[in-house]
Design a protein around this ligand. Sequence first.
Ligand SMILES: *Cc1c(COP(=O)(O)O)cnc(C)c1O
Length: 398
Amino acid sequence: MRRDETSIVHAGREFGPHPRPVNPPVYRASTILFDSLDSFLDAHGPDSKTLAYGRHGTPTARCLSDAVAELERGYRSALFPSGLAAITCALTAYLKPGDHLLLPNSVYDPTRQAAERTLARLGISATYYPPEVGASLDSLMTDRTAVVFIESPGSLTFEVQDTPAIAGAAKRRGAITMMDNTWATPFCFKPLLHGVDVSIQAATKYIVGHADVLMGIVTTTEAAWPALHTVVQDFGQCVSPDDAYLAQRGLRTLAVRLKQQAKTALHLAEWLRQRPEVERVMYPALPSDPGHAIWRRDFSGASGLFAFTLHAAYAGRFARLIEGLSLFGLGASWGGFESLIMPGRLHMRPLPTGIPPDVLLVRIHAGLEEPRDLIADLEAGFARLHEPRRYPYRASQG
Ligand SMILES: *Cc1c(COP(=O)(O)O)cnc(C)c1O
């Protein structure tokens, strides 16, 4: 098996005979034409990999899903119009009325909402487990637990879960394990090699990598594939050829972007840890992080996303820090080439130990800028925290 850096460059580029372009063409298609009845019937057979109808995937989309399946060491991958669509469709594939779902308390908030609204309406109950649970997850499982969902590290609070222990406990009770692996990407963590059955990526983030396309990708083991494939077909899930093209182009630089962005994030996290205004930095790649040991055991790298909290004395002045930053954009999502900063409020209950209620987290995404410029930008932001000015305050005002 070739190494990941090589797969990322070469996988999913087997789209046609030479001479040909490096990248797959953008096939725009709903209707596909056939020159014989036999070839039409073959293409529409149940296990056909041939292009048959645009909704079932164009060659552009197939290049992307093949590449991600190779990187994930999975059987096949399915493409969805957003990361959230990938999560909710995957949940629907393995849950039925009366089933029970276990979610980590630190799960991405829209996933929690989908469980509490739509899945609840379908007669599926959900309970939360502490992200540190490990093998004692077993005591939280019931005879009805059909799916154990993992997201590691957790959204906003970055707790690292013991995925092999959790997946092992789920397997012993006959439950499916699925994981939102958006933070690490399959370059830094391979869920299917750690006992997980279904691996989910918000490709919107690092695979696309340029903040301009929404997409979700689900990769499964061979055993788990038929259930997912049925839901993909029944819900008519597909992506546009332009988006598939951009995602496969983004993928080609995933390894170098991630390595650089993780390096910058660690640099920023270490700098923030020394700031007197900062209470706590949450980033598994920091040796002081509670999840560091498991992260080092299971992951081959980190991404550029982490969070910190300010001491209570400064929390009310948080706007002064953020407004006036010139390099960190204020916005949701992450995984692009550019740095971002965003406030986050915790929806999890109970709150993790050491975090007071209604705390304001500051989430940072490290982009590809030169770290010294990013630190200078943050340093000016921290200086504004100490100025006796009233909000709203903008640096340009003097
Ligand atoms: C962004 C994100 C998603 C959802 O992806 P979209 O493409 O925005 O729908 C899911 N999980 C995690 C951890 C995310 O950060």
